[in-house]
Design a protein around this ligand. Structure first.
Ligand code: HEM
Length: 191
């Protein structure tokens, strides 16, 4: 919203190997952001125990909205990857994200299809963490620039890899720290 045409962000893209068609890139980016927001909202809603207990069908439908949104974020990401700020190194990081996120999400889906509720919940926590990819990248880019005096492109590339590590690590800490698995087992035994 602050920079709808991403002018500042695009100004760091120098020496691109492929020509960037700005109107196409911008429209793909809008779709990317729109589905990223839907994934964030629908994912958050589905962590509500009340919703799961009272409206299981809504939880299920909303879950499929989340999965679809994840795939559309990844699909649009696939288009933007070759033009990533930081060149090939950043692109490789984004490609890893494009593989990891859907795999984790599908794992969560497979667990619930087999009625493994606690595992489903834990894998959904792991999946949902990736909704914060953009936030983590920009936060780490900021730290790299302000804290370590790195230039924008280097900080951004470090941000891409740093975010992968952070977004894999933080959910593990949340899963370990939360006593919810036992709770959930008890609470959902009869579902
Ligand atoms: C779910 C939350 C996400 C949001 C809100 C989001 C938002 C954005 C935005 C606003 C941009 C435009 C550039 C910028 O200002 O950063 C962008 C670029 C991009 N995003 Fe996402 N994104 C999300 C998740 C992801 C994920 C999970 C991936 C990879 C699987 C991804 C891959 C990309 C790529 C490849 C670009 C282009 C980067 C570049 O040109 O350097 N995004 N995203």
């Amino acid at each position: 919203m602050i920079d709808p045409r991403a002018e500042q962000f695009l100004s760091y893209k120098t020496g691109l190997k492929r020509e960037l068609h700005l109107p196409v890139w911008l429209n793909v980016m809008y779709v990317h952001v729109a589905f990223a927001c839907i994934a964030m909202a629908s994912g958050l809603l589905n962590f509500s125990n009340r919703l799961l207990e009272k409206k299981r069908n809504l939880h299920r439908m909303n879950g499929y909205v989340y999965v679809l949104s994840v795939f559309l974020v990844v699909l649009t990401s696939g288009y933007m990857v070759p033009y990533a700020t930081g060149g090939k190194l950043s692109s490789m990081g984004f490609n890893e994200l494009n593989i990891i996120w859907p795999l984790i999400t599908i794992t969560a889906l497979v667990h619930i299809r087999k009625k493994r509720i606690v595992r489903h919940r834990n894998w959904m926590i792991r999946s949902y963490a990736f909704c914060f990819t953009n936030l983590a990248i920009h936060l780490l880019t900021f730290v790299g620039q302000q804290g370590f005096g790195l230039d924008y492109v280097t900080s951004y590339t470090c941000g891409v890899y740093g975010s992968i590590v952070l977004l894999l690590l933080i959910p593990e800490l949340i899963i370990r720290a939360s006593s919810a698995p036992k709770d959930a087992q008890r609470r959902f035994r009869n579902l």
